[in-house]
Design a protein around this ligand. Structure first.
Ligand SMILES: NC(=O)c1ccc[n+]([C@@H]2O[C@H](COP(=O)([O-])OP(=O)(O)OC[C@H]3O[C@@H](n4cnc5c(N)ncnc54)[C@H](OP(=O)(O)O)[C@@H]3O)[C@@H](O)[C@H]2O)c1
Length: 138
């Protein structure tokens, strides 16, 4: 196998909100849906490779750093060559948006939770990521 299985697990607000001021827009919300979403992210990615931009990797809490392989993606890295390093494994592409712009074409499974948040954001989900790499026009 030349490439890993490439997956994404992310959470968005009702309008596609992804991030705000370097964190999650709903940061600090202790309602069950929000707490469960973060727990689910760490459950699903446990034991696998999590590749993401520098800010997203920096936001991974200490408790989650020991039981998954974290890889910082930089814009000078070639996506295909980078993914080849993890052939045979499950690689989660953790964002943020410029990273998904570059890696979406390799993703076989998007797991998007739509949370009950509809406030401000400065990072947004782009639905065109879901079809990136397809070439047929309607
Ligand atoms: N809701 C969610 O599920 C979710 C998930 C992830 C992140 N977020 C949010 O998103 C925000 C962080 O994302 P961010 O985009 O601001 O910062 P980021 O995570 O650091 O990702 C963007 C950076 O990745 C690097 N990069 C790596 N490969 C690249 C490529 N091929 N092309 C372009 N850039 C590439 C670039 O940095 P260099 O040019 O310096 O290499 C770029 O500035 C936070 O608010 C965070 O909470 C939300």
């Amino acid at each position: 196998m030349q490439q890993p299985v490439v997956r994404v697990v992310c959470a968005i607000g009702q309008s596609g909100q992804l991030g705000l001021n370097g964190g999650l827009p709903w940061e600090g919300n202790r309602s069950p849906e929000f707490v469960a979403d973060v727990a689910r992210f760490f459950d699903i990615t446990r034991g696998h490779v999590l590749l993401a931009g520098p800010k997203t990797i920096a936001s991974i809490p200490a408790f989650a750093r020991g039981d998954r392989e974290l890889v910082v993606l930089r814009s000078h890295m070639d996506p295909e060559d980078t993914l080849k390093r993890f052939a045979g494994r499950i690689a989660f592409i953790g964002g943020g948006p410029p990273v998904w712009d570059a890696y979406a074409r390799f993703v076989s499974h998007w797991d998007v939770t739509r949370l009950p948040y509809d406030g401000p954001a400065d990072r947004w989900f782009n639905p065109s990521w879901l079809t990136k790499g397809g070439e047929v026009t309607r």
